[in-house]
Design a protein around this ligand. Structure first.
Ligand code: BES
Ligand code: MN
Ligand code: ZN
Length: 499
């Protein structure tokens, strides 16, 4: 889809559909919608008076202009109460309207910059939300479906600026929204891909494509180099699989060469069967998405490379399958991670923390300024927070606050979980330095406490996206399947830390 900004009057534009908005409880029509209402001989105000148009969130009304306007259709989008408006509500409203119009066979849409100048939303912010809402809401994953879709594609979205002073601001927002949404959709593609099409080798191949397209530096460590570095935890998980593991390192250099890197680390388990501690077969297929953290980190790097902030960022993605076999890691085994700590394996299904132990240890060795890791780490986090909120765990309150703020800006909700020392007791082992499962209770927290053992004193935040990486159904700008969380949060955070 092409998205562009033009200066003009929405009522005079020729498109398959134009989009305007209405707020709940608004009595009189003003501005663009009033002009359009007049052209339609009062059709909109009549529907408002009759109660069909209420302006409620997610309400979309389509009126056919029957030659009274250059555009064939007018979509009136409900935005809820004006003072409760947010960028995220604009994203959701535009997504819903675009999806409905696509179903109707619409190919080109023009819209006003919905929400601009209201409830603290800037012109940039409104245009960004519109671009994100359209691109995220219209996403679909049809790569392996040979039959053509029933609907065509929306090929063009035009955001109409009222005047020449507004248009550069809309353009800036629109461009940023495009980069962020396209990166999110890239992560979604990787997560939706089945495990036989997204092996560790395929992830490394994708990293090579991103490096080539966006000028990132790439290094992929193979098994032999992992052995030399002492990545016994990652290698242990990889033992059960015939797919060779990959340790993917993508670097973006935007800051001084002397400046330490921000590290983004993402869990890249391309399929998690549980290993010898095998999972029940029900829904096991969903574990093709256990590389969502790695995908998010890679996709965020593609956006960062396009926006070009003045910082240095390194992405680390330990990638492997977790499968049972005659050579697989076993419960009771002890492995040694990159920082020399020994780990007793209680369950081979707690593999995410093992591969991240080596990635975090590697980041510490690099001398990272801050470390953010992203992982579909625990079912316990999904039980605690559902699919609405990502769990955050950290050793530095200032950094946690910044991550949460970056998430707010993206509409990706994040909630901080406690990291009291008392929880560490549960990870104590009788035979090694630490064990990889801390019992049944507080599973998301003990997993985070395990990770904390590998970051040293580096300021660090862990994001558990087990609940938020997939959506069971279409809602607002999410579609069924991968969500691409928290790509936009990561980019916002890097931009905020670059300031
Ligand atoms: N990948 C899973 C966690 C997961 C669960 C992600 C549901 C997405 C949805 C992880 O590797 C895992 O298996 N965790 C175990 C840990 C347990 C053995 C301590 C879990 O949560 O059951
Ligand atoms: Mn597992
Ligand atoms: Zn897993």
């Amino acid at each position: 889809m092409e998205i562009k900004v033009i200066v003009g009057d929405i009522a005079e534009i020729e498109a398959d559909a134009i989009m305007v908005n209405h707020f709940e409880g608004m009595e009189s029509l003003e501005g663009d919608i009033a002009d359009i209402d007049r052209a339609l001989d009062g059709a909109i105000s009549r529907l408002i008076a009759q109660g069909e148009i209420k302006g409620k969130p997610n309400e979309i009304t389509i009126i056919h202009s029957l030659g009274k306007l250059p555009s064939a259709r007018v979509a009136i989008v409900g935005l809820g109460k004006q003072k409760e408006l947010s960028q995220d509500k604009v994203r959701g409203a535009v997504a819903g309207a675009c999806r409905l119009l696509r179903q109707k066979g619409v190919g080109g849409i023009a819209t006003v910059a919905q929400g601009a100048g209201m409830a603290g939303i800037s012109a940039e912010g409104a245009a960004q939300a519109a671009a994100e809402g359209a691109l995220l809401g219209l996403y679909s994953f049809r790569k392996h479906i040979t039959k053509e879709a029933e609907h065509g594609d929306i090929k063009q979205l035009t955001i109409v600026a009222a005047d020449k002073t507004e248009s550069p601001r809309l353009e800036r927002g629109c461009n940023k929204g495009k980069v962020l949404a396209e990166a999110t959709n890239l992560a979604r593609d990787m997560v939706n891909e089945p495990a036989n099409y997204m092996t560790p080798g395929d992830m490394a191949g994708m990293a090579a494509e991103l490096a080539e397209s966006y000028g990132l530096k790439l290094k992929v460590l193979e098994r032999k180099q992992m052995q030399e570095l002492g990545m016994g935890a990652l290698l242990g998980v990889a033992e059960g699989s015939r797919q060779p593991p990959k340790f993917i390192i993508l670097r973006y250099r935007g800051g001084d060469s002397a400046e330490a890197d921000m590290v983004l680390a993402g869990k890249g388990v391309t399929f998690d069967s549980g290993g010898i501690s095998i999972k029940p077969s029900r829904k096991m297929g969903e574990m093709k998405g256990d590389m969502a953290g790695g995908a998010a980190v890679m996709a965020a790097m593609s956006a960062i490379a396009q926006i070009k902030p003045r910082v240095n960022v390194t992405a680390l993605i330990p990638a492997t399958e977790n499968l049972p076999s005659g050579s697989a890691l076993k419960p009771g085994d002890i492995v040694t991670a990159i920082n020399g700590k020994t780990i007793e394996i209680i369950s081979t299904d707690a593999e995410g923390r093992l591969i991240l132990a080596d990635a975090l240890g590697y980041a510490e060795k690099l001398g990272a300024k801050v470390i953010i890791d992203v992982a579909t780490l625990t079912g316990a986090c999904q039980v605690a927070l559902g699919d609405v909120v990502t769990g955050a765990f950290g050793n530095n309150q200032g950094l946690v606050d910044k991550v949460i703020a970056a998430g707010d800006e993206a509409g990706e909700l994040i909630w901080q979980m406690p990291m009291y020392d008392q929880y560490k007791e549960q990870n104590k082992s009788d035979v090694a330095d630490i064990k990889n499962v801390g019992g049944r209770y507080a599973g998301a927290i003990t997993a985070a406490q395990f990770l904390a053992e590998f970051v040293g004193d580096t300021p660090w935040v862990h994001l558990d996206i087990a609940g938020t990486s997939m959506s069971e159904k279409e809602k607002t700008y999410l579609v069924k399947g991968a969500t691409g969380v928290p790509v936009r949060t990561l980019v916002n955070l890097v931009l905020a830390l670059a300031k």
